[in-house]
Write a protein that binds this ligand. Sequence first.
Ligand code: MG
Length: 250
Amino acid sequence: MNLISAASLTPSSIYCVGKNYQLHAEEMLQWESQNEAIKKTAEKPEEPIIFLKPSSSLSFDGTTSIPLFQGKPISQNMHYEAELVVLIGRDADNVFAHDTLSFVAGYGVGLDMTLRDVQMSAKEKGEPWLKCKGFRNSSLVSDFVPAEHILNSDKLAFELSLNGTIVQKGTAEKMLFDIASLISYLSYIYGLRAGDLLFTGTPEGVGQVKNGDRLHAELSLEESKGKTLLTELDAVIEPEQKSIIHLKRS
Ligand code: MG
């Protein structure tokens, strides 16, 4: 099977879904409950919770790190979030949910790296999530399986291991808003463009990473005869390097 290379991606938008798995919504609620300023609910929202990452957040070398500002790291707590990622194949505007799958070019697995302490502070103050979600190299994706190979996207399953131990498992079936309804929703409100990426939300089990940690994510198809591995992603957490500027003198 020829995969669509992650290196070829040029998304104009990277859409992400918040709290799209019930058990993850509940684990977030546990942390948020310690903070009175954050509204407490783990119920399914009426509409998907959508946020954007800039296209500059894509990491093409399999590394991610906490950025420095004025010489200091902007966070003390970076989390992994493994997610099923959809690559949009053609422009989609005002598309009914039952028509959406023909707009998918492929399926992959990705990491929505999150600065959890910065996110909690943003929630408390009612500020945007851009800094905690959209920092440089915060979006990592595998190569993508062409959509024509996937007859039933509900059977897509993914798992993430941290330094060799499995920490997250998810299946498309368990999403609160499924892939078709997410694409339809986005097509009505924003309009999807060919090449856009959609991170569909993380299941329970998110956690902190430290420098040197290795993450390995796999996307599989669950069939009656067993699981078939489709594509995988490797990532390593690195300390942010202070920029070294080489001056050329003539
Ligand atoms: Mg996420």
